[in-house]
Ligand binder design. Structure first.
Ligand code: CTP
Length: 210
């Protein structure tokens, strides 16, 4: 299988030294890339700016990105060449309307207002390009109330084949307690486990989805 994985946060620049980011560590995506390589899959990882050590076999192709726009470009370039996409990246929903060319100075009158504009929904933008034999798995990070309902709605809206529903505490943690929802109506709880074990569990599930 040719597996394309996105992982890690995005960084949306405010000026040359500051950005809007998030707490994603990329740990799950890195574990998925290692696990998929160990199973003999052909792996391409699109990796955001993470602090986690990157110790992957040389056969795993890695493309780095920082911004949502760069991720969108890299993903559109790579998508046609994959059988399965696992969209684990934590993508910004908003980006500054303008990027200041010089370092933004402290404001003499106190407050500073940043105007943000929406980013594209990257995984949803792939729906028109998807071939019948391609599988797309997205992630949903949700508040605990209505977790499954919100993740189901997200799966339908983004037109993906499956979505991994996660509670907020998952971000930057070593363990996970997710539920996999599929477009054909299955609800499969994984149970609490380490992210490395979950990577293996998800790869098993993906093989049955495809
Ligand atoms: N995603 C994306 N492009 C975005 C935002 C999210 O491709 N601009 C993808 C993520 O990689 C993930 C899925 O969509 O696979 C759900 O991400 P999540 O942050 O849970 O949902 P949002 O679409 O951002 O919705 P909300 O913030 O309202 O929960």
């Amino acid at each position: 299988m040719r597996l394309l994985i996105t992982a890690g946060p995005t960084r949306e620049p405010i000026d040359p030294v500051r950005f809007i980011g998030n707490r994603s560590s990329g740990k799950l995506g890195l574990a998925l890339a290692q696990g998929a390589h160990d199973r003999g899959h052909d792996v391409h990882l699109l990796l955001g700016p993470v602090n986690s050590p990157i110790d992957l076999p040389a056969a795993v192709k890695i493309t780095r990105y920082e911004t949502t726009a760069e991720l969108q470009g890299a993903l559109h370039a790579a998508f046609a060449g994959c059988d399965t996409l696992v969209m684990a990246a934590a993508v910004a929903d908003y980006t500054p309307q303008t990027i200041h060319t010089g370092k933004l100075p402290r404001q003499a009158d106190g407050s500073l207002t940043l105007t943000l504009k929406p980013t594209p929904d990257v995984v949803a933008s792939l729906a028109p390009l998807k071939r019948a034999n391609q599988t797309v798995v997205a992630f949903a990070l949700e508040n605990p109330e209505n977790l499954i309902e919100r993740a189901t709605e997200k799966m339908r809206r983004k037109k993906v084949d499956a979505i991994v529903a996660n509670r907020l505490e998952t971000m930057d943690a070593d363990s996970i307690d997710p539920t996999l929802l599929t477009a054909d109506g299955q609800t499969i709880p994984a149970g609490p486990m380490a992210k490395t074990a979950f990577a293996d569990w998800l790869l098993d599930q993906i093989q049955t989805l495809g």
